[in-house]
Write a protein that binds this ligand. Structure first.
Ligand code: HEC
Ligand code: HEC
Ligand code: HEC
Ligand code: HEC
Ligand code: HEC
Ligand code: HEC
Ligand code: HEC
Ligand code: HEC
Ligand code: HEC
Ligand code: HEC
Ligand code: HEC
Ligand code: HEC
Ligand code: HEC
Length: 453
């Protein structure tokens, strides 16, 4: 480009020099057009006083009243293209450039700033002579835009990228945000739209009314793509508070990348226990789950693997305690099929189905299903929690020595297991044993504290 440019410039220069050296001198030698030479950053041919490279005298009388004695040697942009390579070879051409309106931006004789512009490093003023100024005057501005460095991302004339960008969006962004690029490459888990897509899926490039120049605030931003979770946000009967509190989705997910699955900030259990490790969460306060687990001999299967979400939907659900299946909130509740979905999704579906069974539970006396006895076939149907802990216990089978609070009294269970059965000495009734192989025969059933053996 420069060679072409230099050759054409030199050729023109020779012609001009030869033809009218004295004429050019006289334009500025007189004080008439002195101002033209006073520009801070003059155009090279103007500085060299080659007025005639652009101006042609059409009338010998100059100046003449009410007429024109000079004309341009060619119309812009042809005038400029005498020395500069024409534009028009790229896919996207800036509209005023396509129209050949070079003078919409450039001062032909020189400007206050570089590149024959009347602006310096801050280009905003120039651009907003045509563009809506609103995007460049927002509450939160992107660093380079705030200082009007449009050229760090855009070409002024033409480009092969959309929006006259210097390169594809991701590359434009990651060229400056190079720490980000390195961290993203090294991360174990990357959010797909961040890994492959344009950063502008979530960020405005210029500025925004939302901090971090986001297009929308979290969680609205997230649920434009994750609409199923958006639905839970508004419709779940038991919502999870942190989703709508400050932080929103960001209190559990990184938007970009992470060392943990599902973009979690820590391992799953640790993520939950970071909040659920206090006695003061919520009113009335929820149990301190961290304390519930600490030092316990038996952890419920999924928790033993570090998981909470097989049972709780972290985004909220329609069930008590955000469980993934139905589970009654009360201690005693009339039995209906399906109400223990939260447990039976993993455990034997027929646990509570038959009064007699030899396979579906070990909690039986002979064939008599004692789960059925306690939970189903009773005027005062008990829920699982009367015996089992949901998360962890000191005793086997998730049964602690003491379980439910009954008013001010914590009911003891005192379960002991044998190879073919067990015995309980609960606070609910007299001690009973059960035996799967040789059914225990119960003599009395209510008042006597008699142990049947
Ligand atoms: C690179 C081309 C170029 C050179 C060199 C050039 N001009 Fe111009 N000049 C223009 C163009 C283009 C316009 C029309 C500007 C417009 O329409 O806004 C113009 C306009 C003018 C005008 C009328 C409007 C004004 O800006 O005052 C004068 C007078 C003028 N030039 C004088 C000169 C003198 C004197 C020189 C040499 C010292 C010179 N020009 C060198 C391109 C040039
Ligand atoms: C007679 C030849 C000639 C013509 C005609 C000409 N230019 Fe130039 N232009 C030059 C030269 C020489 C330079 C200096 C190049 C350099 O520094 O590498 C230059 C530099 C520029 C620059 C860069 C200035 C800077 O500060 O770096 C711009 C912008 C420019 N010209 C625009 C125009 C426009 C717009 C027109 C038409 C109105 C035009 N030129 C017409 C010769 C010309
Ligand atoms: C929308 C405003 C705008 C228009 C219209 C425009 N330019 Fe420019 N031009 C610029 C800006 C801004 C720069 C400075 C580029 C940079 O920062 O790298 C520039 C730089 C230049 C340069 C010097 C650097 C380079 O890229 O070679 C030349 C020459 C030039 N323009 C010529 C032209 C010509 C010829 C036209 C008309 C066909 C034109 N420009 C139309 C804004 C414009
Ligand atoms: C950090 C890079 C960056 C900077 C700096 C920047 N832009 Fe942009 N601009 C973009 C990107 C990326 C797009 C494309 C947005 C998209 O994907 O639709 C864009 C789009 C545009 C558009 C097209 C219309 C629109 O809003 O989508 C205009 C006009 C624009 N920018 C003007 C400017 C002006 C004027 C400046 C300087 C004040 C500027 N830009 C500075 C990155 C930037
Ligand atoms: C003379 C008027 C004018 C000036 C000055 C101007 N633009 Fe534009 N620009 C337009 C027009 C007209 C369009 C096309 C209509 C549109 O998309 O809004 C456009 C489109 C754009 C686009 C979008 C291109 C695309 O195809 O998506 C970008 C980016 C842009 N301009 C950046 C700038 C920047 C940066 C500046 C300042 C250096 C600037 N413009 C100065 C008139 C102008
Ligand atoms: C020219 C260099 C440059 C380019 C290109 C660039 N940025 Fe930036 N960006 C910065 C600077 C400088 C900051 C301010 C850094 C700081 O405050 O620590 C910044 C800050 C940010 C911030 C944080 C804003 C805040 O309020 O804290 C986001 C988000 C961002 N950039 C996204 C992008 C995106 C998306 C792109 C591509 C469209 C991009 N950047 C391209 C230089 C750049
Ligand atoms: C899926 C949406 C999304 C995409 C895509 C995305 N970001 Fe972000 N980005 C965010 C959110 C949300 C925040 C605010 C994080 C927060 O507050 O914890 C953010 C914050 C930032 C920040 C400020 C960092 C900080 O910690 O303050 C930078 C810089 C940034 N993003 C750059 C980028 C770049 C570069 C890309 C493209 C490679 C990108 N982002 C793509 C959603 C996104
Ligand atoms: C532009 C669309 C888009 C936006 C906006 C978006 N995501 Fe995503 N996200 C996806 C896609 C695509 C996937 C991969 C498919 C899937 O798991 O749904 C994904 C996956 C995820 C995953 C699972 C990652 C894994 O490793 O399996 C999480 C967590 C996530 N997004 C959280 C967020 C959060 C938080 C936000 C808001 C800051 C957000 N997303 C905004 C498109 C988006
Ligand atoms: C309290 C912590 C927490 C909050 C707050 C949270 N999530 Fe999640 N999210 C998780 C956990 C834990 C997982 C992993 C679930 C799994 O493995 O089944 C997850 C998984 C996801 C997934 C992947 C879904 C899939 O089935 O793999 C997406 C997408 C997601 N979250 C988006 C969001 C969005 C959007 C928000 C905000 C509206 C949000 N999350 C808020 C904890 C949270
Ligand atoms: C950012 C803090 C935070 C994180 C992380 C968090 N929670 Fe919560 N969780 C809360 C708050 C706040 C409440 C509501 C307390 C109240 O007001 O009752 C809550 C409530 C709950 C409830 C009871 C819901 C109800 O209304 O009955 C369960 C169950 C729960 N969280 C499980 C989890 C699980 C599982 C995880 C990990 C995937 C987790 N939480 C991560 C803050 C958190
Ligand atoms: C095997 C299923 C299961 C797993 C795994 C599980 N939970 Fe629960 N969680 C429950 C059940 C059932 C309840 C209801 C207990 C009740 O009210 O009797 C519950 C209740 C809760 C409550 C409310 C406590 C209160 O005050 O009543 C929180 C908070 C909670 N779980 C958090 C967690 C966290 C954190 C994890 C992971 C460390 C986790 N859960 C793992 C089944 C589970
Ligand atoms: C996500 C699957 C899952 C859910 C839901 C679930 N559990 Fe479990 N449970 C397990 C796993 C895995 C084990 C350990 C392996 C085993 O012994 O079956 C276990 C073990 C048990 C044990 C101890 C069994 C033994 O032999 O030591 C009891 C009791 C128990 N669960 C009761 C419940 C109750 C009550 C619920 C409902 C509140 C429930 N479980 C919900 C997966 C689940
Ligand atoms: C009256 C106390 C009691 C109640 C109520 C109770 N269980 Fe059990 N459960 C036991 C005992 C005792 C065992 C241990 C049986 C053995 O191994 O000898 C047990 C064992 C289990 C086991 C291990 C597998 C098996 O059946 O042997 C699961 C799973 C289980 N219970 C789930 C539940 C569920 C779900 C509920 C609520 C629907 C529930 N239990 C209600 C006392 C109870």
């Amino acid at each position: 480009m420069y060679r072409l440019f230099t050759i054409s410039y030199l050729a023109l220069l020779l012609v001009v020099l030869f033809q009218s050296y004295s004429s050019a001198q006289s334009c500025s030698a007189t004080s008439c057009h002195q101002a033209i030479l006073n520009n801070k950053m003059p155009h090279a041919p103007v500085q060299a006083q080659e007025c005639l490279s652009c101006h042609h005298r059409k009338n010998q009388n100059h100046p003449i009243l009410g007429g024109k004695s000079w004309e341009l040697v060619a119309k812009v942009p042809a005038l400029c293209e005498q020395c500069h390579t024409p534009f028009g070879n790229k896919k996207v051409i800036h509209s005023p450039v396509k129209d050949g309106d070079c003078l919409a931006c450039h001062k032909p004789h020189g400007g206050a700033g570089q590149f024959l512009l009347n602006v310096r490093e801050d280009r905003t003023k120039l651009c907003v002579t045509c563009h809506d100024p609103e995007p460049f005057n927002q509450q939160f501005m992107h660093g380079p835009v705030a200082v009007g460095a449009c050229n760090k991302c855009h070409q002024p004339h033409e480009s092969n990228e959309k929006a006259l960008l210097n390169a594809p969006v991701r590359i434009v962004c990651l060229t400056c945000h190079s720490d980000f690029a390195t961290a993203l490459k090294q991360a174990k888990v990357a959010h797909p739209p961040v890994k492959d897509g344009p950063c502008t899926a979530c960020h405005n490039p210029h500025g925004s009314s939302v901090s971090k120049i986001l297009k929308e605030k979290v969680p609205d931003l997230c649920v434009t793509c994750h609409s199923a979770i958006g639905k839970k946000l508004t419709e779940a009967k038991v919502p999870h508070k942190p989703l709508t509190q400050t932080g929103g989705c960001s209190s559990c997910h990184s938007a970009h990348y992470s060392a943990n699955r599902k973009l979690l900030p820590f391992e799953e259990k640790e993520t939950c226990l970071n909040c659920h490790g206090t006695d003061k969460l919520g009113t009335p306060p929820l149990r301190n789950i961290k304390k519930d687990l600490e030092g316990k001999k038996f952890l419920h299967g999924p928790i033993n693997k570090g998981e909470c979400v097989p049972c709780h939907d972290p985004h909220g659900s329609d069930n008590f305690r955000m469980l993934r299946g139905s589970y009654p909130a009360e201690i005693y509740v009339p039995y209906k099929e399906g109400i223990y979905g939260a447990c039976l999704g993993c455990h034997k579906k027929n646990l509570l189905r038959f009064a007699e069974t030899s396979i579906y539970t070990k909690f039986r006396n002979g064939k008599r299903n004692l789960h059925y006895v306690h939970v189903v076939n009773n005027r005062k149907s008990r829920t699982c929690r009367i015996c089992h802990q949901p998360h962890a216990s000191d005793g086997e089978k998730l049964i602690d020595k003491e379980v439910m609070k009954f008013g001010v009294w914590t009911i003891p269970v005192n379960l002991t297991l044998s190879t073919s059965g067990g015995s309980c000495a609960p606070g609910c009734h007299q001690a009973f044993s059960y035996d799967r192989e040789k059914a225990v025969v119960y003599k009395t059933y209510s008042t006597n504290q008699q142990r049947s053996k």
